[in-house]
Design a binder for this molecule. Structure first.
Ligand SMILES: Cc1cc2nc3c(=O)[nH]c(=O)nc-3n(C[C@H](O)[C@H](O)[C@H](O)COP(=O)(O)OP(=O)(O)OC[C@H]3O[C@@H](n4cnc5c(N)ncnc54)[C@H](O)[C@@H]3O)c2cc1C
Length: 384
């Protein structure tokens, strides 16, 4: 296969958004994926886009309402979100969130129980309040992945599916290509956006990216009458009501996994996790408690030790950009792709201060950091 000025490993939302931003600037881009576009976390997530703790938050909020028009394809983005509290602890957390958002210049209104009932027809009597965030929102992950891919191709990007990258070729201190089953594909610049597999790929060229994979799950109910606002969550859940009326929700515990091999079995949902998600959902939306769960799936999230993404172009090798999103990559994807474009083309992000997202912050990290954080893989007999 012909090489490219920029090769991107990974056709999830991060790699595809980066490809689109680069291609619309006329850059020759090739995206390689071991499977099909968006088949991993990028199409299996809750669709939430309210990452107020990220340095990319302002850009996330600016871009989402424009994305359908910019991409030329629908993402089903809908703004605003109501978060329902079942406990005082949750309410205190949402008050803090409201204050942070206000400090950032975004409106969010605390709600009493009656206001929640008025705004959310499926809510019941047992919640103690909530918060209505007038920004943020959510989109359809599958539609969004497709929209990025089509839009990138419209600008000339190439996307090759079923091409696992087996390693990175180096020469004179630079990444010069990627190794595949059919030979080496050359590049001037390389972007590693391979989700939880980024760590394994980068280790091969001496870059230490601390990232721990974990399994997370989603359930989908049969369709229910549409609520005025689809973005309703809380109580440890994330998710939304789809335009068709299904409730699509995830949340709860992360099941920590060992390092992922470059090819492996697909993650499967588990009954205890699904049951927990369904219980929490019935608590915030009791009038939906009768709804049947018609689908469920698992996906793998990629977690860094401090929960923040890594968006960085380290000094050595100098032509490799690292983009791994630590479980917040869907919502941030319009902005993360633009940041990757800037890192590749200009060596720095021109629209946000992303120093906090550099790899250097992990210098001196205890090699045993996963065990120290309790992020360990359960032994087989415990999982059985
Ligand atoms: C259940 C669940 C719910 C979530 N909810 C939300 C949410 O509400 N909001 C939010 O913002 N985020 C959410 N996330 C997290 C979000 O989905 C991820 O952060 C985001 O999708 C990461 O995108 P990515 O493109 O960086 O990685 P991925 O989606 O993991 O894509 C990486 C791609 O790289 C490919 N790849 C890997 N190794 C190789 C290789 N060797 N060669 C070639 N290709 C390779 C993979 O096949 C994959 O397609 C959720 C995740 C899950 C699982």
């Amino acid at each position: 296969m012909k090489g490219a000025a920029v090769v991107i490993i990974g056709a999830g939302v991060t790699g595809l958004s980066a490809a689109w931003w680069l291609a619309r600037d006329g850059v020759d881009v090739l995206v390689l994926d071991k499977g099909v576009i968006g088949y991993e976390a990028s199409s299996r997530n809750g669709g939430g886009a309210t990452h107020y703790q990220s340095p990319l938050f302002h850009e996330e909020q600016r871009l989402w309402p424009l994305m359908d028009q910019l991409l030329g394809y629908p993402t089903e983005h809908r703004p605003e979100r109501i978060v329902i509290a079942m406990t005082e602890d949750q309410m205190a957390r949402y008050r803090r969130m409201q204050r942070i958002l206000a400090g950032l210049g975004y409106r969010a209104d605390m709600m009493d129980p009656q206001q929640v009932r008025d705004a959310v027809p499926l809510a019941g009597d047992r919640h103690i309040g909530g918060v209505h965030i007038r920004t943020g929102g959510q989109a359809n992950p599958q539609r969004t992945v497709q929209a990025y891919a089509w839009a990138a191709q419209d600008h000339g990007a190439r996307i090759a599916q079923h091409v696992p990258v087996l390693g990175i070729e180096m020469a004179q201190g630079r990444a010069v290509g990627v190794r595949t089953r059919d030979g080496t594909i050359g590049c001037d610049q390389l972007v590693v956006a391979a989700g939880p597999q980024s760590g394994v790929l980068l280790r091969g060229i001496g870059i230490d990216l601390p990232v721990a994979p974990a399994r997370a799950e989603m359930i989908v109910t049969e369709a229910l009458p549409l609520m005025p606002l689809g973005g309703v969550d809380g109580n440890g859940l994330y998710g939304r009501q789809t335009l068709r009326g299904n409730l699509a929700y995830g949340g709860g515990w992360h099941e920590w996994m060992d390092d992922l091999p470059l090819a492996g079995k697909l993650p499967r949902p588990s009954t205890p996790t699904i049951t927990q998600i369904a219980l929490r959902l019935a608590q915030i939306l009791p009038k939906a408690a009768h709804a049947r769960v018609i689908r469920s799936w698992a996906g793998i999230v990629e977690n860094t030790p401090d929960g923040r993404p890594v968006l960085d172009r380290p000094k050595a090798p100098g032509n490799v950009t690292v983009a791994t999103m630590s479980s917040v990559g869907f919502g941030l994807s319009p902005a993360s792709g633009r940041a990757v474009r800037d890192l590749v083309m200009d060596g720095r992000c021109g629209f946000a201060e992303i120093g906090k997202l550099s790899l250097a912050r992990f210098a001196g990290l205890d090699p045993d950091w996963r065990r120290l954080q309790g992020w360990v893989t359960p032994r087989a007999e415990v999982m059985a």
